[in-house]
Every structure is written in C-alpha cells, then in structure tokens.
Design a protein around this ligand. Structure first.
Ligand SMILES: C[S@@+](CC[C@H](N)C(=O)[O-])C[C@H]1O[C@@H](n2cnc3c(N)ncnc32)[C@H](O)[C@@H]1O
Length: 221
C-alpha cells in the first residue's frame, strides 16, 4: 500500500503497528485519548491524533487510503462515518473497512426477532433501520472488554446498506468472514453433540462465507 493512510479507530493499535511497517505516511485517529496515546507510544513513524470519525479533521479529497477495522459501527452514526471516509479520499483513493454483519449467524441466534424485522424492513426498502444501534446487552455480548464494560454504541450493517452508501464508488467488494467456535453457541443439553474435525471445519467455512460475524469492505472512490 503506498501513499497516505488514515486509520480510524485504533483500539489496542494492532492494525496501526502493521500499517506503520509499510509506510511512514500513516495518521492514526481515535476519539478516545487512551488508544491515541497507546499508538503514539508503540509506533515511531506514525502521526497520532484525537478526532472523530463523524467530523474528520481533513479537507475533502486529500487522502490516498482510509482504513477502519471494527470502528465505524461504534461511532454513533455509521452511515455518516462512511460518508466522512469517502469525503476525505481523493478520487481513486481506497477505503478498507470492517463492520459487524447484521445478518451473521450469531445475530440470528442472539436476536432472532430483531434480525427478522430487519430483513423485512430492508425488503420493504426502509433504509435507515439500525441507525439507533443495538441494546447494551447485545453490545456487551459482542464486545465486552476484560473489565466487563461494553462500547457505548454498536450498529450492525447489511451488505445492501453498504452498497447503497458506497453508491458512487467503484470496485466495491464486501466479504462475509469470521466465526466464533460454534460449540460455544450450543445449549448445555446439546454439548454432547460437539462439532469437531471435519464437521467443524465445514460448518465454519459455510457460516463464515454466508453469515460471518464481520463484513470486510474495499472500495475505490
Ligand atoms: C474495537 S476498537 C478498534 C480496533 C482496532 N481497529 C483493531 O482492529 O485492533 C474501536 C475503536 O473505535 C474508536 N471510536 C469509537 N467511536 C469513534 C469515533 N467517533 N471516532 C473515532 N474513533 C472512534 C474507539 O475509541 C476504539 O478505539
């Protein structure tokens, strides 16, 4: 990856450190002081700034790449965050993002009614559903940290929603990936049925491809 890179949402900085191995033109941005300080302390070639994905402190069409792995769905307004990413990219610039899949197998298990409602709303052409985010319980279930806290806001995205948001872009690719261990989702009484070996591999690849936890997105402006 050449040229300038803006990374949004740093967490513990694992993506930041990888990016900074390839280029010294990385700017790492997060709304919280902790991740910014941590990135600054663990990378020496990276600019680290505090700022919001909802009002990126960059002029229109100035950056070559924007990378946002697991962050846009925590910003409080995922759609605005996507628009901000596209705003700061120069024509031909590239977005690489990961957001949670609203139709993952885990969503179907944890919140079947909400997920079904979402499918129906989407079939009806209602475009703004999901904007309020999910309950604290679901947010905690997906993202609890070791101290038991959960992010203040989590949204789930659909592939159609992202394609609509990236309407003016080219080479849009969205891939569903990642599964937890399906054994963890079996109720106690079914634990004897444990998936193993080939069955686990087959189930994992099927779930990952069609109802994975995450959607990986690449697009060019
Ligand atoms: C799950 S972490 C990201 C993990 C990291 N990208 C990785 O792959 O290891 C989400 C990050 O998004 C940040 N974040 C949440 N809302 C934000 C906003 N409005 N603007 C910028 N960063 C935000 C949080 O502070 C947190 O550091």
């Amino acid at each position: 990856m050449g040229q300038s890179v803006l990374e949004i949402g740093l967490g513990y900085g694992s993506v930041t450190r990888r990016l900074s191995r390839y280029t010294d033109q990385v700017v790492a941005l997060d709304i919280a002081p902790g991740p910014v300080g941590f990135a600054a302390a663990t990378t020496d070639r990276t600019g680290c700034v505090r700022g919001s994905a909802l009002a990126l402190p960059f002029a229109d069409a100035t950056l070559d790449n924007v990378v946002a792995i697991g962050s846009l769905h925590h910003t409080g307004n995922m759609e605005l965050a996507f628009r901000e990413c596209m705003r700061v990219l120069r024509p031909g610039g590239r977005l690489i993002a990961m957001v949670y899949n609203r139709y993952s197998y885990k969503r179907w298990i944890v919140s079947p009614i909400a997920t079904l409602r979402s499918v129906i709303a989407e079939l009806r052409g209602e475009t703004n559903q999901g904007a309020g985010g999910v309950s604290r319980r679901v947010s905690w279930f997906w993202d609890r940290s070791p101290d038991g806290s959960a992010p203040p806001h989590t949204e789930f995205a659909t592939q159609d929603q992202i394609r609509r948001l990236l309407g003016g872009s080219t080479n849009v690719s969205i891939t569903s990936v990642n599964v937890d261990n399906p054994n963890d989702l079996l109720p106690q009484c079914m634990q004897r049925l444990k998936f193993d070996g080939i069955r686990l591999h087959f189930l994992n690849s099927l779930l990952s491809r069609h109802a994975g936890l995450d959607l990986y997105i690449t697009a060019e402006k």
